[in-house]
Design a protein around this ligand. Structure first.
Ligand SMILES: C[S@@+](CC[C@H](N)C(=O)[O-])C[C@H]1O[C@@H](n2cnc3c(N)ncnc32)[C@H](O)[C@@H]1O
Length: 213
């Protein structure tokens, strides 16, 4: 009887792992499509402009995935570092012809080895909702330690509550565990709790950009 339970647990665990890894593969594919050379989207260009990135701005792109935002930032700045916990995605980013002058590293946003205020600007573009709520809080605090300014782009959960109250369930099928819990939080509140002051908010459906000091 015990063995049957054990076998059941192992099967359920394996199915869970397979679903998670399939989810990651799908997302990696989509991110690669969105980060192709010559494909710097208006979405990314607008974030770079809203952030006010110039040639001397030392930028860290947090949760860079396959590097899309880092490549867009590097079109303006000659000092770009980018981190992600996914070894596979950092490997893809490093293999990109645009990666030459960008320091890609596998690293947890909540626990980096950079010095205090090593960067003028931290970008976190659609990264927080994949970190779980405690992870996002810790990453925002760590960003406060290592960067002078912060630009967060996230789902505008409180700007378009009706849309998000439905769509978040569909999206949860593609997002990591902890996503639905994260969507119950007020993102501006999380940013401020970490000690940041939100100076500007730009809302463009379905996202919001927060520019913070
Ligand atoms: C939707 S992707 C980010 C997209 C990317 N910023 C872009 O603009 O294309 C979210 C990323 O967050 C990364 N991530 C999740 N938790 C993290 C953490 N604690 N530290 C660093 N990266 C993390 C995941 O590995 C994933 O690649």
């Amino acid at each position: 009887m015990l063995d049957n339970y054990l076998v059941g647990d192992v099967i359920l665990f394996s199915i869970g792992e397979a679903v998670l890894s399939l989810r990651e593969e799908i997302e990696t594919f989509a991110l690669k499509m969105l980060s192709r050379p010559g494909q710097t989207s208006d979405f990314r260009r607008r974030i770079v402009a809203e952030a006010g990135i110039g040639p001397d701005t030392r930028v860290i792109d947090v949760a860079t995935a396959v590097g899309g935002m880092a490549f867009a930032a590097a079109e303006k700045s000659h000092s770009v570092t980018a981190i992600d916990t996914s070894e596979e995605r950092i490997k893809i980013a490093k293999a990109d012809p645009r990666a030459n002058n960008i320091g890609f590293r596998v690293m947890d946003a909540a626990n980096t080895d950079f010095q205090d205020k090593a960067f003028d600007m931290a970008l976190v573009v659609l990264g927080l909702h994949e970190m779980t709520t405690p992870g996002a809080k810790a990453a925002l605090k760590e960003a406060r330690r290592i960067a002078k300014k912060l630009v967060v782009v996230e789902f505008g959960l409180d700007k378009w509550p009706l849309f998000w109250s439905f769509f978040r369930y569909a999206l949860a099928l593609l997002e990591p565990p902890g996503f639905l819990k994260f969507t119950r939080h007020n993102i501006a509140g999380l940013i401020e709790e970490a000690g940041w002051k939100i100076d500007q908010e730009h809302a463009k459906f379905p996202f919001v950009t927060y520019v913070c000091t």
